[in-house]
Write a protein that binds this ligand. Sequence first.
Ligand SMILES: [Zn+2]
Ligand SMILES: [Zn+2]
Length: 351
Amino acid sequence: MATMRSAVLVGPRDIRLEDVERPVVDRDTVIVQLESLGICGSNLHWWAGAPVEQGLMRFPLPGGGGHEYAGVVDEVGSDVTRVEPGDRVVVDFFESSSCGECAQCATGLFSQCERRRFLGLGGFTEYLKTTEKGLYPLPDNLETRTAAVVEPMACAVGGVRRADLRGGETVVVLGAGVLGLCAAGAAKALGAAKVVVTAKYDAQAALAPRFGADVVLRSGEPELVERIRAETGPHGADLVVETVGGHAPTLSQAIEVLRPGRSVVVLGLWDEPVPVDSWGAILKDARLIFSLTYGLTAKRHDFELCLEWMASGRVPAEELVTHLRPLAEIANAFELAADKSQGVIKVILNP
Ligand SMILES: [Zn+2]
Ligand SMILES: [Zn+2]
């Protein structure tokens, strides 16, 4: 039996590597040798134990929850026609494991597939079994080792696309981590006239202009809502993208600075249920859009758009990868990713 290294989240703040069986290719599957594994904000919630308290997850978690993948096709089954060994790809694992036929798949919302196919262990691991669906080829000018950043970028891009920008809007993005900066970049690429970003950390604030931010405010500033309003003008923001979650007051702030009749897109993950100012929201005819992941919008997959924007330099998401670490250092890499005071924006593991 061939083995590989794979993570297991044993308990709070305790992630380790173990030897597990390496996946074997079937007729209609593909084995991807992973070269880029992103540590996601959601991973940090699980690592810190938050969804355990909410009953959403249990320890131990085999694979450790990793889901941001890029690598090289290693083996393909005899029925596979779309990829071949040696192809460099990023993986939409939701699409890859989707049935492709249910009502949710028909709308391109693969993350909500009603008949998901179990393909075996995923996560922080050396080899991943997928199908030929959900594999997106990397353009020649993008490196494999940082390419896992496409997955969180696609979360942000997918969320912004759900808000239907038409051009000329004023957009406020709360938070300037990977999601916030990619949302800002997406808003600008989709025609926003003015993008206002709030950033907590210096490294985030410094990068924000590269991602289309016209104005960068610091989230710790006193009277932040008034500062944002001064930038949006009296009507308020045409779109607010909330990317912070945790314990932040950003959902209320988003509704406060929103223009009546417009949308708030919520990308942040909350440590506990948060109160919403429902009067404030209804009196504004606010639209609240919660957006978990990516998929098809107008028949175009968010990954394709992300790769196009990265390859052209329009949204330089690879610049968000501040730290690369070997998979063997996963425990330290999680500690590093959790401590944003050290200039960390994105940590990626390289098996
Ligand atoms: Zn993620
Ligand atoms: Zn389905």
